[in-house]
Design a binder for this molecule. Structure first.
Ligand code: SF4
Length: 74
């Protein structure tokens, strides 16, 4: 899976939605902010659902240079 995942840590509110949808890709760090633990731990469609379900649009997904999910810019 040639995905690139970007998390805008400034606007992540720590809701945990992303780690619900794709628990093997997203987790929350000690500050309660989302991190990527594994780029290919969950199916791509789950990763995309996770990004689309982010309440603050903190997640961007890029596949082979094409923006699949446009999050809020950092
Ligand atoms: S869904 Fe969005 S706001 Fe919630 S933890 Fe993940 S990145 Fe942060």
């Amino acid at each position: 899976m040639a995905l690139e995942i970007k998390i805008n840590r400034e606007i992540c509110m720590g809701s945990g939605n992303c780690s619900f949808w794709a628990p093997d890709v997203f987790d929350l760090d000690d500050d309660g902010v989302a991190i990527v633990t594994s780029i290919d731990g969950s199916p791509e469609e789950k990763v995309i659902l996770a990004a689309q379900g982010c309440p603050t649009q903190a997640i961007s997904i890029i596949r082979d240079g094409e923006v699949i999910v446009q999050g809020a810019p950092s």
